[in-house]
Design a protein around this ligand. Structure first.
Ligand SMILES: [Zn+2]
Length: 82
């Protein structure tokens, strides 16, 4: 009965912010309940126990990877041109 109730209590405000902004504010996403939570205790959903998504770190990592790939491509292109 109170299954969804726990989630709703921690549900993050929509606020119209971007995804990046949501995660930057410490909001976490539960894929099972399909809501954003402000839940600092741990990385698990307080109601369903599913591991919450904190996408900012992944995003940062991906951005860094893309940067490295781009730089390598530039180096290769420069080498071919020369
Ligand atoms: Zn959940």
């Amino acid at each position: 009965m109170a299954f969804k109730g726990v989630c709703v209590r921690h549900k993050a405000n929509h606020g119209g912010g971007s995804y990046t902004l949501r995660y930057a504010e410490g909001q976490k996403r539960c894929q099972v309940c399909q809501i954003y939570l402000i839940w600092q205790t741990n990385n698990y959903c307080p109601c369903c126990g599913n591991k919450l998504r904190i996408k900012l770190r992944e995003g940062e990592l991906k951005l860094r990877c893309d940067e490295i790939i781009r730089q390598r491509k530039e180096q290769i292109t420069t080498a071919i041109t020369l």
